[in-house]
Design a protein around this ligand. Structure first.
Ligand code: UDP
Length: 474
């Protein structure tokens, strides 16, 4: 393998939109700071990305940026959705490590370091150690949730996971700093299992332990939001780079470099955005609209869809709802066209929104979200308070932090009946509770935006990361 003084960083994200997006932002930032980048997707996501990306303008902006791909083990053409994510994890574990090893061996320019998703540690860490390449682990969850994952084995030992007695409101006792914050129902969704030897729970326990063999940890959060838990994580990783919100850091840095981001057609994405909602938002009063999106993976049953629909319509507030073609599942799913007919008076439906732009629009006053970490950070940065309906992975922890720690929204966990939806939308959009929530929402928005400016904590940490990668170069 050839070696030069230009750092070469290889990225390996988990094949999911919420993981690829922040890692891609970091990859572009490192590339703009002078690194050669190789971004490794699965074949399936590589094809999706290529079909929605204008590579010519991308490479004008980001030269020395290569895309490579490895198989995920599922047959081509098969859907990669929540319903088969367990199967995907199994096949990935079977094929990703040898494929990644082969890619590393055959690459003409030896990577200076690998930035691997914490949940891809099984594919990256052994191989990197064998080849003597440093690994930095990037956990796309926030610090609170990362800390929670480090206590999965303790939760099992303490008999708090699994929780067969079904008392979801019991406080958990064995996560330092979170004793009075997290209840059983706020634990990551992988804890909702029947048995302690559940393969998915054990996969995550293994991955969390394997990622500690990396030399440092990157988190898409900012110091001012999670300082106490970040210092607790320092007992596991001596080097932690908190460089979030990455989407805002990216905007701030590329503005400094005079790169026009107004034309988002040159960004890399898995789905095509429907911008028609921006014109609709222009016609709505200030802070009147509730934006509804459940991210890229969460599914709704027909019944849940109807509860949301009635709750939203009954709240009397205009709403913008992202209904992905695969959002509603079940035998008698709802035709999005039918949904559109019912919501026509007060709502607007798109299949995929330009979410960052939507949240920044002055007509948007609230966000009904599944509490994915990217969505939560984007909402915090835009100063938009949230109603949380968490479903999978880290979302249960995030929504608890939103409501109880940061006090920037309500947590609707484990229910979505129409009367609750209606009440919480009204409370969030125009009650005196809004005033209280807006105080902390405005404050965290200010802190988030300050952290990515020159001299801000995330900006400084990115500089440190760039410097540390340079110092790894031969
Ligand atoms: N997103 C988007 N348009 C949509 C819905 C979501 O661009 O209509 C983006 C959103 O901005 C966020 C990401 O998709 O960056 C979703 O990531 P998140 O971590 O919130 O949830 P996940 O999809 O991983 O469940």
């Amino acid at each position: 393998m050839e070696q030069t003084n230009v750092p070469h960083v290889m990225f390996l994200p988990l094949p999911a939109q919420g993981h690829i997006k922040p890692m891609m932002k970091l990859a572009e930032l490192l590339n703009q700071a002078g690194s050669q980048v190789t971004f490794v997707n699965t074949d399936h996501n590589h094809d999706l990305l290529m079909s929605h990306t204008d590579l010519t303008s991308f490479h004008d902006r980001s030269p020395n940026f290569l895309f490579r791909s490895i198989p995920d083990g599922l047959r081509p053409g098969k859907a990669r959705s929540l319903s088969n994510c367990k199967e995907l994890l199994d096949t990935l574990q079977a094929v990703a490590r040898p494929a990644f090893r082969q890619l590393l061996i055959s690459t003409s320019m030896r990577p200076t370091c690998i930035i691997a998703d914490g949940i891809m540690s099984f594919a990256a860490i052994d191989v990197a150690e064998e080849l003597g390449i440093p690994v930095v682990t990037f956990r796309t969850f926030n610090a609170s949730c990362t800390w929670t994952y480090f206590h999965l084995s303790k939760l099992v030992e303490a008999g708090e996971v699994p929780f067969p007695d079904g008392n979801l409101d019991k406080s958990i006792t064995c996560i330092p700093g979170y004793e009075n914050v997290l209840r059983i129902r706020d634990l990551p969704s992988i804890c909702r299992v029947e048995r302690a030897d559940d393969p998915v729970l054990n996969f995550y326990m293994r991955e969390t332990s394997t990622m500690t063999r990396a030399s440092a940890l990157i988190l898409n959060t900012f110091h001012e939001l999670e300082a106490p838990v970040i210092s607790r994580l320092n007992s596991i990783f001596t080097k932690i780079y908190t460089i979030g919100p990455l989407h805002a850091l990216y905007k701030s840095r590329t503005k400094d470099l005079m790169i026009s981001q107004s034309n988002s057609s040159n960004s890399v994405r898995l789905w095509k955005e429907d911008k028609s909602c921006m014109t609709w938002l222009d016609s709505q009063p200030l802070r009147s609209v509730i934006y509804v999106s459940f991210g890229s993976l969460v599914n709704l049953t027909r019944l849940q869809t109807l509860e949301f629909l009635h709750g939203l319509v009954n709240s009397g507030k205009p709403f913008l709802w992202v209904v992905r073609p695969d959002l509603i599942v079940g035998e008698s799913g709802i035709d999005p066209m039918e949904l559109e007919m019912v919501t026509k008076e007060r709502g607007f439906i798109v299949s995929w929104a330009p979410q960052e732009e939507v949240l920044a629009h002055p007509a948007v006053g609230g966000f009904l979200t599944h509490s994915g970490w990217n969505s939560t950070l984007e909402s915090i940065t835009a100063g938009v308070p949230m109603i949380c309906w968490p479903q999978i992975a880290d979302q249960q922890v995030n929504s608890r932090c939103v409501s109880e720690v940061w006090k920037i929204g309500f947590d609707m966990k484990d229910t979505c009946d129409r009367s609750t939806v209606e009440k919480l939308v009204r409370d969030l959009m125009d009650s005196n509770k809004r005033e209280e929530i807006m105080k902390s929402t405005d404050e965290f928005a200010r802190l988030a935006n300050d952290s990515v400016k020159q001299g801000g904590s995330s900006c400084i940490n990115l500089e440190k990361l760039i410097e540390d990668i340079r110092s790894m170069s031969p």
